[in-house]
Write a protein that binds this ligand. Structure first.
Ligand SMILES: [Zn+2]
Length: 86
């Protein structure tokens, strides 16, 4: 892997001569778009994270988005808002 022509080009900063090498090199410079597998992996890691919700006053495991969409959170958020209004 380390001795592939693409890696050499990246290492020494030479200009890519063929189209496929060029597309790989220029792709590297763009903000990295994660592959499906990479995103899946990140989601898996995210799902194992333990976070604390200040509204529900509980610690939960999982993604922030999933928690915010959960019924428990919605209920607590509503209760929280009503309490502020009073
Ligand atoms: Zn919550």
């Amino acid at each position: 892997m380390a001795s592939s022509p693409i890696v050499k080009l990246q290492t020494y900063g030479a200009r890519a001569v063929n189209k496929s090498a060029s597309s790989i090199l220029s792709h590297k410079k763009k903000p990295q778009k994660l592959s499906k597998q990479a995103r899946q992996k990140l989601n898996e890691i995210d799902a194992l994270k333990v976070r604390r919700c200040t509204i529900c006053k509980i610690s939960y495991q999982g993604s922030l988005v999933a928690h915010k969409l959960s019924q428990i959170h919605k209920k607590n958020k509503l209760a929280d808002m009503l309490e502020i209004k009073r």
